[in-house]
Design a protein around this ligand. Sequence first.
Ligand code: SF4
Length: 97
Amino acid sequence: MSKSGVIPPSKLIIPLDTHIARIGQYLGLTSRKTADWKMAKEITDNLKEMDPSDPVKYDFPLCHLGISGSCPIFPNPEKCRVCPLLPACKMGMAILK
Ligand code: SF4
């Protein structure tokens, strides 16, 4: 925490919900099966490779994929075909083989 009492974005850990856990697994951001603190830390550490200063900024877009139904619990080939994350998604690539 800084002297101002504000936690810098680089120190935040992604809030882990069912969408972040599932899509994080699809994208290879975590290899863990259990949605726990270690998974949240692993996903955050991998997101830091894209932006070390603010890895949690990816929370909303990733979570929104699940909430909106764009990435449903049961993978849907039609949705995967138009998903911008397809090239990085193990699940999407597997079901479109
Ligand atoms: S490619 Fe398919 S499974 Fe992967 S994130 Fe996109 S919609 Fe979800």
